[in-house]
Design a protein around this ligand. Structure first.
Ligand code: NAD
Ligand code: ZN
Length: 249
């Protein structure tokens, strides 16, 4: 871990009037939920292009539910890791305005973050594409899946944003507002290739914010949009930043 960059990030957070975090699947890898790039796991079995597109759900919902059931099983048992917990601590310290996440696993909320914007929706509710009925998914058990519409018995779709679907308008508007008004953004565990999500750090940069990237590898943002990349695992780097913030404060 690069201690100099940890110190720099802590200084940037303490200096910034408003800091936000923008997170992707990488922050939940240490909680046991694979990202799209992992060499093993869910996405080796199910090609996201084939299973995570809205057309796939329309044409063969039974097939897509095979993937969804595996995803639900992972999400139901996953626990927040030190990266999620560190962000919740920064918020409690009054140093983090919001977490904008592309994840649908609810782990930021489970860690105690309060102001979480779910850019790609969540598993907590499910909707019927035929009759528009929406139901609560929080009390569902694995045995209840695939879930059917209580009104018309069609297969329900979790309210997560599939490829080809629009971003929930309120989440998008609020995220863009946060990114344009922040002075620093922590970009954690995202490959930054899925748009419009990836425009969040770009907008922040255009408004003069400091962009701090935390990732195992470089991304299209690295060296272009991000001011610096702290290479390594989020579960180690975020707690180290929080500790350094405490030390400097
Ligand atoms: P991605 O899979 O495209 O990229 C993940 C990034 O995280 C990679 O750049 C990787 O190097 C990095 N990474 C992996 N492990 C890390 C670690 N321990 N610490 C720091 N960085 C790490 O993910 P994305 O950019 O979020 O885009 C994929 C889309 O898939 C998103 O829309 C997301 O909603 C969805 N998705 C969500 C989940 C989830 O909810 N947990 C899981 C898989 C995919
Ligand atoms: Zn229905």
């Amino acid at each position: 871990m690069n201690q100099q960059l940890i110190q720099r990030a802590a200084e940037d957070i303490l200096r910034s009037k408003k800091t936000i975090a923008f997170t992707g699947a990488g922050i939940s890898v240490e909680s046991g939920i694979p990202d799209f790039r992992s060499a093993e796991g869910l996405w080796q079995k199910y090609d996201p292009e084939e299973y995570a597109h809205i057309h796939a759900f329309y044409s063969d919902p039974d097939k897509v539910w095979l993937m969804l059931k595996d995803m639900f099983t992972l999400v139901m048992t996953a626990k927040p890791n030190p990266a999620h917990i560190g962000l919740a601590e920064l918020e409690r310290m009054g140093l983090l305005s919001s977490v904008i996440t592309q994840n649908v696993d609810g782990l930021h909320q489970a860690a105690g973050s309060r102001n979480v914007i779910e850019f790609h929706g969540s598993h907590r509710t499910l909707s019927c594409l035929k009759c528009s009925t929406t139901t609560d998914g929080t009390s569902l058990k694995i045995e209840d899946l695939p879930a059917r519409c209580p009104r018309c018995s069609s297969l329900l779709k979790p309210d997560v944003v599939f490829f080809g679907e629009p971003i929930p308008p309120k989440a998008q508007a609020y995220s863009f507002k946060e990114s344009k008004s922040c002075r620093a953004v922590l970009v954690i565990g995202t490959s930054a290739i899925v748009y419009p999500a990836a425009s969040i750090p770009i907008m922040a940069k255009e408004e003069g914010a400091t962009v701090i990237e935390i990732n195992m590898e470089s991304t299209p943002l690295t060296g272009q949009i991000s001011d610096y990349l702290i290479s390594g695992s989020a579960g180690k780097i975020i707690p180290a930043i929080v500790e350094e913030v405490r030390r400097q404060r």
